[in-house]
Design a protein around this ligand. Sequence first.
Ligand SMILES: Cc1cc2nc3c(=O)[nH]c(=O)nc-3n(C[C@H](O)[C@H](O)[C@H](O)COP(=O)(O)OP(=O)(O)OC[C@H]3O[C@@H](n4cnc5c(N)ncnc54)[C@H](O)[C@@H]3O)c2cc1C
Length: 381
Amino acid sequence: MTATGVLGTAGARRGRERARVVVLGGGYGGQLAAQALARRTDAAVTLVNDGDRFVQRIRLHELASGRPVEAPRFADLLAGTGVAFVDDRVVDLDLAARKVQLRDGAPLDYDVLVHALGSHTAVPEHAHDVSTPDGAARLAVRLADDGVRRVAVVGAGLTGIETATELAETHPGLTTTLVTSGSLDDDLSPRGASHVRRATARLGIRLVEHAPVAAVHPDGLTLADGLDEPADAVVWTAGFAVDDLAARGGLAVDADGRILVDAALRSTSHPDVLAVGDAAAPVAASGDVVRMACATAVPAAQHAARTVAAVLAGREPRPWRFRYAIRCVSLGRRDGLVQVVHTDDRPRDLVLTGRAAARVKEAIVVNALRVQTHPRVPTSA
Ligand SMILES: Cc1cc2nc3c(=O)[nH]c(=O)nc-3n(C[C@H](O)[C@H](O)[C@H](O)COP(=O)(O)OP(=O)(O)OC[C@H]3O[C@@H](n4cnc5c(N)ncnc54)[C@H](O)[C@@H]3O)c2cc1C
């Protein structure tokens, strides 16, 4: 059956009953997709999330540093939208029967499914993480312990840089080390990398580059070259992973387990399933798979709603042509980096730094929450 044919079945239902659209995962992608679907279609939209509050994941390094982070209730975010909310854990997908199996509740039937279950960090034993609220809260408690003097943050991607600078700024008494197998120059322009080096030096962070980690112990790290890097707390930020729910259910996935989708964000194996956010592997206008990011999950969610609306109305959906523009990194609360990138995400040697960049980053983070209840508010990368 063609993609349009499958979703067209749902479209054909409109005359006699509303199509049932079930959205899995209430993160930046799923919550927004549910809101946008309720606005753009007359479908009965249900959002399923494990937990009754929206997690501002892009602020979890702030939570880890001890700063409270607002976690709005889905009941409030969805009030007046008509979206039904189910607080439950998705444990299985029966794609043939079009059913979602839940841990506690009865299975949910769907005509169209939007998979937005996100990702997690695969954290080694003895390490902390900032990818879940529980992980970030545990780290905050650990760092408040007087006995903790040295913290090592592993991974100098954007999350590792944000975490190390946030912790160093909030806990100036700690010795903070940022350890990476690569170099800051891998992902940033020369000016961008120089600014991050200046910021880490100003905050007293020791930067250890080209140092793959061989093992994590209760008392620190062993590097691949055999040297020990003592630490009272290790924070692991290297690499997001997706769980195997999609692959187990029979959806076509890539080598990382991310769902393969067509240009309109429909699963290549099951076109009545759309996928957005970290769990999906859509291809950007450049031809590369998009980076796992809030900055890509939000526009993908908006587009997924457009796809469903088009097909339910009997129109051919339009392709998603995502182009990168900027990457924004907080460096504590008073400094930041806005790295301008080419449309294919390669850094240009053009940056905004300092307080102005910190303000831009904060505005984007605020907007990423605001867009959850105002799905047409423009978003940035
Ligand atoms: C500290 C930190 C800082 C970051 N900063 C940035 C940044 O500045 N810019 C940027 O673009 N990206 C940033 N990211 C990445 C960004 O947070 C993710 O890419 C983004 O959250 C992905 O959105 P999503 O909707 O796919 O998944 P998520 O936002 O993770 O949402 C997934 C949702 O699904 C729920 N869920 C998962 N499994 C199940 C299940 N089986 N059943 C029911 N519910 C389930 C989860 O509880 C969650 O609510 C950051 C990440 C971290 C950890």
